[in-house]
Write a protein that binds this ligand. Structure first.
Ligand SMILES: [Zn+2]
Length: 359
């Protein structure tokens, strides 16, 4: 319709005549400014001035006090000028204008905004010519163009649809090559592991550790007695490990030599969402040894995320359960026990990397 307009927020407002607007107690910027107020939200209606520029009406219930620099000039006479619509606007320094979110047309254009409303303030250039300021809040956001071709509007990742698809095809081909490559790994040398922790921070401690090799053989599955933490109510609800259950379990100190030996013999150590697990286990190694350990670590979740961004843009969640259902893999045992999670991770990995093993 002719006498409606859509705002950037998505709201649609109606064109009103001055009389109807005053009946509704709507205020223009000019009136607000006289009251040392400024709008805090979208305009509620608009009118079109004779020169075609928009005059917005604001709801007096949605206004805020204008900052003092807008109206407080103790030693200066306030300069004003009258626009063709009859609206009076004030002279303002560029700095004050910017502080209120007012910019010149050129500046807004560079920020990809189009001005539709009449100016809200002005300044004089050194040659005394007038420079108008417009309110960014009511300027229209222009669609941005593709950073590669510059021709079409953006779709994803700052690219237009065509450039994005082109880019995706390249990444997908790289990803497919990466996933289908032959890695010739011996199954006994590839380990999957999962830790249960008292919490997610570095100061939290390990409560259980499960290690399985790629033949499905259980290498280690033990509860661990933490040294400092006495309770972990929040994570207990998730993994079900209670303080009682670990009271007689070995400590990490006792398990360390065995774990190091297991990891040292492995070529790859894989977990689902490895960063938290890694940060709790990396202390087993120092310096160069830690680097070598890190080089063996692979993250199944990262690989799954890469796969879905390349092949399944319809999927946006990447928990282990999501990966399982994406590949229609059944759970083996009770989900979210570290044993079941470790086996699940192993299965997801094998779907992602069908030629990972030598056999
Ligand atoms: Zn493009």
């Amino acid at each position: 319709m002719e006498n409606e307009m859509k705002l950037r927020s998505g709201a649609t407002i109606r064109q009103l005549g001055g009389e109807e607007a005053s009946r509704k107690n709507y205020l223009t910027r000019q009136t607000l400014s006289k009251l040392h107020l400024m709008p805090s939200g979208d305009p509620v209606a608009y009118d079109v001035a004779p020169d075609g520029q928009i005059i917005y009406y604001f709801d007096p219930g949605r206004v805020v006090e204008a900052p003092p620099e807008m109206w407080y000039f103790p030693n200066a006479r306030k300069d004003t000028m009258t626009l063709p619509s009859g609206t009076v606007i004030e002279r303002m320094s560029t700095k004050n204008a910017a502080a209120n979110g007012y910019y010149t047309r050129e500046k807004l254009c560079r920020m990809h905004y189009e001005v539709v409303e009449e100016p809200v303030a002005y300044t004089l250039k050194t040659d005394k010519s007038v420079l108008y300021f417009f309110d960014k809040k009511t300027a229209k956001r222009l669609p941005l163009n593709c950073v590669r071709c510059g021709k079409d509007i953006r779709y994803k990742k700052k690219l237009c649809r065509a450039c994005y698809e082109e880019d995706l095809a390249v990444r997908r081909a790289e990803g497919d090559a990466h996933r289908s490559a032959h890695y010739h790994m011996a199954r006994e040398k590839v380990l999957f592991f999962d830790l249960e922790l008292t919490g997610f921070y570095d100061h939290d401690e390990i409560l259980s550790i499960t290690i399985v090799d790629a033949t499905g053989k259980l290498i280690m599955d033990t509860l661990v007695k933490p040294q400092k933490k006495k309770k972990w109510k929040n994570t207990e609800k998730v993994h079900g490990i209670t303080p009682d259950m670990v009271s007689d379990a070995p400590s990490m100190k006792e398990l360390e030599p065995k774990i190091r030996q297991i990891f040292d013999e492995a070529e790859n150590i894989i977990a689902y969402g490895v960063s938290t697990d890694y940060s709790h286990i990396k202390y087993l190694y120092e310096g160069k040894e830690q680097e070598a350990f890190r080089d063996k670590i692979r993250c199944c979740a990262n690989e799954y995320v890469r796969y879905i961004t390349e092949h399944r843009p319809d999927l946006s969640h990447a928990s282990l359960t999501d990966a399982m259902s994406c590949f229609e893999i059944e759970w083996n045992g009770v989900a979210h026990t570290s044993m079941a999670d470790t086996v699940a991770c192993m299965k997801v990995w094998e779907v992602l990397f069908p030629n990972y093993y030598a056999d």
